[in-house]
Design a protein around this ligand. Structure first.
Ligand code: HEM
Length: 617
């Protein structure tokens, strides 16, 4: 039946023997693939390449080139799936939200604390989006900026010691950047400043009006806020596999601990909720409020003073459980994505010394050596957003987007016509749709690129990290930015964060060709939030430090010191480390909610600028 539907669609298709995203295949594919790869190519071509669940990230745009179309279907007994790498088709899909809704089944487990803006569709989603979108205000971004500067300095202390001079190997930079992003969202999202363990002795020195959370659980709690948060989010995957009640009875200790963490974080949220309700009712802090406060206010909580003006009859538009549901997805959507972008930016910069130097020069020029306490969101963020830091961030998200296949669907018995390069084709009903960001991000039709290789093997540099491509002539008449062709939202309140996806003074991707934050109606509400956070932390790090690959697995510091600077011996060691890093970036990333490095680390080191050990001409 699926093959018949694919044939009738007019879209090229490839038949594959199983649904690659079925639980059966996800848990067992690593056993089958090596066997399948031994079969003669004539038996397995072209379908075998689509049997790896991460093929979209691994292969980029290549399969589309081979098939000769920027959309195609994979057809298995369990599923019809459309893969899209055509910017215009992506545009059609993201702007027709009723024709191509989200497949809600995939999002069900995000309702751990209640329904929310990520996991709903139709009129329920409209209601959630209308109430949540205004929370992501410029005032909140200012708070994100300040808080990111604070935690970036704490992160630096963790990596370089109190004096800032120690060059320690950071064994698991992904874990540290995750913590960083978690602590930023904790304050800018919920008004809770979490203390890093190495910060706790400085507790007295911080401001009086902040809710501070350290390692000790307050009365009435089994876990500290930090432990509840870390434990909940580090183990979140189990909540996607098992229902919550099962975790309480599971024989595994980490499941039981997770169950406690879920309840504990819920309890903290309830306490914060009560405190914020009082705050709002007494009309405190209405400016620059954290996301949770703004959400509660947006849901219909009225300040005491306004009640006399007859507003007390205003109905609360989201239930308490909806408010908790949204608070949770802010936390979830808001930390892992940003942390990954930061982690991968650092690794890619460590692999590309010249780019790093250009970034440092740009930061020096932008901030004129001002001390961090003098940095100002209104004055400095726009400059960072138009410079090399933004080019690094955009390029990292181009190469390693958090979501490699943004999921949509067509409804059963509701096939949808689309236009592909002027030709009408019909996407069958009940078909999963994946907006393939890794493919469209590496499509030579849309991106400035340099040809590489020779003769038959001629290809391009779009698989490589080159932030400089964003610094090309921004006035290029052929390029049309997302802002130039905005989605005509039927209700402006649904729009979400202000500002452009990318700065108008950088290269402007054609609409639909750059989708790290998705696009259209269901685009990311936290885009600006994360851009502010990433640029702030990059500026704090690179104004004073350089990042290097830690060579520990291959050589000791003493051995390196005994080798001439810039010489072949050092280069050989560095190259081995770089080869390992490149291999891991390619082979050890997989998607569970977001695309991350799993089971491996690329250790890094920060060194004071001027003390770099691995610069080669
Ligand atoms: C680099 C960082 C980020 C990336 C790459 C990113 C990416 C995305 C993507 C691809 C989507 C669409 C997902 C889908 O359709 O299933 C999305 C949606 C969303 N993101 Fe982000 N995100 C980032 C940061 C954030 C932050 C910091 C927050 C909040 C604090 C956030 C909140 C949301 C929300 C609420 C939605 C759902 C919007 C809706 O469906 O109406 N994101 N994000």
């Amino acid at each position: 039946r699926n093959i018949a539907a694919a044939k009738a669609s007019g879209i090229p298709y490839v038949i594959i023997p199983v649904n690659v995203f079925s639980i059966f295949w996800l848990v067992s594919f690593s056993l089958w693939l090596p066997i399948l790869h031994r079969l003669p190519t004539s038996w397995t071509s072209p379908w075998l390449q689509f049997m790896h669940p991460e093929w979209a990230y691994l292969l980029g745009h290549r399969p589309f080139e081979e098939i000769g179309s920027d959309i195609f279907l994979t057809v298995s007994p369990g599923r019809l799936q459309l893969w899209v790498a055509d910017a215009d088709v992506i545009n059609q899909i993201t702007t027709r939200r009723n024709d191509f809704p989200k497949p809600l089944k995939l999002y069900k487990r995000l309702d751990l604390y209640g329904k929310n803006v990520v996991s709903t569709e139709g009129s329920t989603w409209r209601q959630h989006r209308k109430v949540t979108a205004p929370s992501f205000s410029e005032k909140n971004n200012e708070l994100v900026f300040t808080e990111s500067l604070h935690h970036a300095q704490a992160l630096l202390k963790l990596w370089t010691g109190d004096s800032g001079d120690e060059s320690r190997t950071v064994r698991d930079p992904a874990a540290d950047t995750m913590r960083f992003a978690l602590y930023v969202i904790s304050r800018a999202g919920f008004g809770v400043r979490v203390l890093w363990s190495h910060e706790e002795h400085e507790q007295e020195a911080t401001r009086q009006d902040e809710v501070l959370m350290g390692t000790k659980p307050p009365p009435g709690h089994k876990l500290s806020y930090r432990e509840a948060l870390n434990s909940l989010l580090e183990n979140i995957i189990w909540t996607q596999v098992f229902p919550k009640w099962f975790l309480a009875y599971s024989p595994f200790k980490n499941h039981k601990h997770l169950y406690v963490a879920i309840n504990e974080w819920g309890k903290y949220m309830e306490e914060l909720y009560e405190a914020k309700k009082l705050e709002i009712q007494s009309d405190q802090k209405s400016e620059g409020m954290d996301l949770f406060g703004a959400l509660i206010k947006g849901a219909g909580m009225v300040p005491e003073a306004d009640r006399d003006k007859g507003q007390s009859t205003q109905k609360q538009t989201l239930s308490d459980s909806d408010i908790f549901g949204n608070a949770f997805v802010f936390m979830l959507a808001g930390h892992e994505t940003t942390a990954n972008a930061l982690h991968f930016s650092l690794v890619l910069l460590a692999l590309n010394w010249n780019t790093q130097r250009r970034l440092q020069e740009d930061i020096d020029k932008t901030l004129h050596g001002k001390s961090i306490s003098e940095w100002d969101y209104d004055e400095d963020f726009p400059k960072l957003f138009a410079g090399m830091g933004a080019a690094v961030m955009n390029e990292t998200l181009r190469l390693i987007p958090a979501v490699t296949a943004i999921p949509k669907t067509t409804l059963k018995d509701r096939p949808q016509p689309i236009t592909l390069q002027g030709r009408r084709v019909v996407v069958p009903g009940d078909c999963h749709v994946s907006l393939d960001s890794t493919a469209v991000h590496r499509h030579p039709r849309y991106w400035p690129c340099v040809p590489t290789g020779q003769g038959q093997n001629i290809t391009n540099d779009l698989d490589q990290f080159k932030p400089e491509r964003w610094l090309l002539d921004a006035s290029d008449a052929n390029s049309v930015s997302n802002a130039d062709r905005p989605v005509s939202f039927d209700d402006e309140d649904l729009r979400g964060p202000s500002g452009l996806d990318t700065s108008s003074s950088l290269f402007k991707p054609i609409k639909g060709s750059y989708i790290p934050f998705s696009d259209g109606y269901r685009s990311c509400l936290g885009r600006r939030f994360s851009q502010v956070e990433i640029l702030a932390v990059l500026a704090v790090i690179f104004r004073e430090y350089s990042v290097e690959l830690a060579i520990d697995p291959f050589s000791s510091d003493e051995q390196i010191d005994s080798m001439p600077k810039g010489g072949a011996e050092r280069q050989k060691i560095w190259q081995k480390t770089a080869d390992r890093a490149n291999y891991l970036l390619r082979e050890s990333l997989s998607s569970i909610i977001t695309l991350q490095m799993r089971g491996n680390q690329i250790p890094l080191r920060l060194v004071k600028r001027g003390n770099e050990r691995f610069i080669f001409q």
